[in-house]
Design a protein around this ligand. Sequence first.
Ligand code: PMP
Ligand code: GLN
Length: 403
Amino acid sequence: MSERDPRGMAARVASFGTSIFAEMTRLATEHRATNLSQGFPDFDGPEFLKRAAKDAIDVGQNQYARMLGHPTLNGAIAARWTHDTGASIDPDRQVQVTSGCTEALAATFLGLIEPGDEVVMFEPFYDSYRACASLAGATVRLVRLRPGVKGWEFDEEELKRAFGERTRAILVNTPHNPTGKVFTREELTLVAGLCQRWDAIAIKDEVYDRLLYRADRPHVRMATLPDMEDRTLTLSSLGKSFSVTGWKVGWCIGPATLIAGVRAAHQFLTFATCTPMQLAAAEALRPGGVGDTYVGSLVEQYREGLARLGGALTEMGFGVMPVEGSYFIMADHRMMGFRNDVELCRDLVVRGGVAAIPPSAFYENPDDGAAFVRFAFCKKRETLDVAIERLRAWRTELAGRHA
Ligand code: PMP
Ligand code: GLN
């Protein structure tokens, strides 16, 4: 038998450590820094949404919701899906409500992946993916996204090599955290072909699906590609599109057979999701409702914030990568003279008063992410202006230090 971890932690979690998001937000608070690290808005969600949640509480919607999700929310998720894709789905058998996309991911892994199964993921990857794979006992096969002439690209042959007899699933996040990449129809079609060839399922994390900044990079739903409906699970949540990341209302959409596995795990992970928030979420998702107007204006705000921050970073000498969607900018910092991303982020928070994320946390081998820094631009205009001012002062001071 293997040795027990000295802290008493189970082997499946012993390597997790503290999430980089919690760590950087803690440092931001300690140094009174402008926080462009953890991806959450520094402004409140819309009034209509808060009112809907308060109304639900006031009318007594405060007991356990149905395990599969409050019927009103399952109905709203299905209606939104039909509006977006033209396909009708069964709101009970094909939709599972979860406590954020984080739980949808965990329930998907625990409900559908056997120990020893292989799961393909693109690297850099959102930190919970690896943790979920470890909880499920899955082996991860990584495919690298690299900066190329058209933005972040992957090598087709590398993707093909990652699939094989043991592949159970591929996890695709688009728009992508941390790169801001939106996968193209051609890229997703390639993935779809491999899923069919190896009889694998596609797990699609779409939490940023409505935060898109370029007309030539629309969001493509894997489930709508030929022959993919029966092997695709689409995971998402309310937090990003409606600026309520703390509400943790998420969902998973897919064929009834796969949803049954997700549901079996959800039943004993959380059983049900916060009832009044589910009712408010239903209001937000209604096609053609106030929610759509809100998302439209949010995207405009973010597009402007992206241009301001991206432009300023470029002027300072960072190598800013194109951003097609999400909350994030990735910038190459190598011309700043730091050994790696962690060193840069530490210096920036302590001496510059701005917190960012070292993306090495999204790589299997931290050295592979050492050249970049991730900034979140999902912030108020004033916050971005203060951050830009501080970054400029830090840059000038840094140039003096190295002179
Ligand atoms: N997936 C990605 C790619 C994310 O960036 C996040 C972070 N917020 C999540 C999932 C988790 O979403 P939620 O807050 O709904 O659990
Ligand atoms: N998704 C957020 C980010 O990438 C963080 C969520 C979290 O703290 N777990 O910044």
